[in-house]
Ligand binder design. Structure first.
Ligand code: URA
Length: 242
């Protein structure tokens, strides 16, 4: 059970103040009866709530795929006032209070999931769940077979932290320019600056990093940097290894 005004606000109909006005104006019905009290309790799973004859579907969670641009923090809040991924979706989804499922550095780009489903976030980021994340990187030096083997064995970072085995390969030629070194890295954990630090431990340096894939789901190529859309049910489900 949930208060009617909270239900309407959570579904993005307006602020609590705005929905109160809507209720007073008589356009909100609960099971076809005009609602009089915005504080009335409704059963969000059973009751039929309409605004101006349009049914409001109850959606407790939202799962957003964003192509995070460089320069934007993946954190949902930032003490220093920098723009965050949650800020970008705020107008449409602010009422959900979304957080990122895993981080991308400020200068990194690509696939970022934003959701208000804490269990889902845990499943995406927990190394035990083995959800692969695939990154395209431009690195300073060409990779060697020894680098590929070292990634496969599990890199030990500069501070002694051991990484799980990871896959490193040259990226298809069409993904980068002549003279650049494009690689693909697959990991299923997300330590702070992990990919950058993995390359540093091999005396190499990441110059550009973009996340392309989470689990089986690829970043929608039609999303330009800074654009986002809700994930389909199939996408959302297929990312998780149950
Ligand atoms: N690894 C990094 O070093 N940075 C990212 O943003 C993501 C993975």
């Amino acid at each position: 059970m949930i208060r009617l005004d909270r239900f309407l606000a959570n579904m993005g109909i307006g602020t609590r103040k705005e929905v109160k006005k809507l209720v007073s104006s008589g356009v909100v019905t609960v099971n076809n009866i005009p609602a009089k009290d915005c504080g009335m309790q409704i059963d969000e799973n059973k009751d039929c709530v309409c605004v101006a004859n349009e049914k409001i579907e109850y959606k407790p969670f939202v799962y957003i795929m964003m192509n995070k641009p460089a320069g934007v923090l993946s954190a949902s809040e930032d003490a220093h006032g920098a723009v965050t991924a949650a800020d970008i979706v705020f107008d449409e989804y602010g009422h959900y209070g979304v957080s990122p499922a895993g981080r991308l550095d400020k200068d990194s780009e690509g696939f970022l999931i934003l959701t208000n489903d804490g269990d889902y976030i845990h499943k995406v980021i927990s190394p035990n769940k083995k959800v692969d994340k695939v990154y395209f990187c431009l690195v300073e030096k060409e990779i060697t077979l020894a680098d590929i083997e070292a990634f496969k064995d599990g890199i030990i970072l500069g501070d002694g932290t051991e990484c799980l085995p990871a896959a490193l390969e040259r990226a298809p030629k069409e993904m980068y320019e002549d003279g650049e070194n494009g690689v693909l890295v697959t990991i299923h954990e997300g330590k702070f600056h992990q990919v950058k630090r993995m390359f540093l431990s091999r005396n190499n340096k990441v110059l550009y990093l973009k996340r392309l894939k989470i689990g089986e789901v690829e970043l929608d190529e039609s999303l330009k940097a800074g654009e986002y859309r809700e994930m389909t049910f199939e996408e959302k489900e297929s990312i998780i290894n149950e």
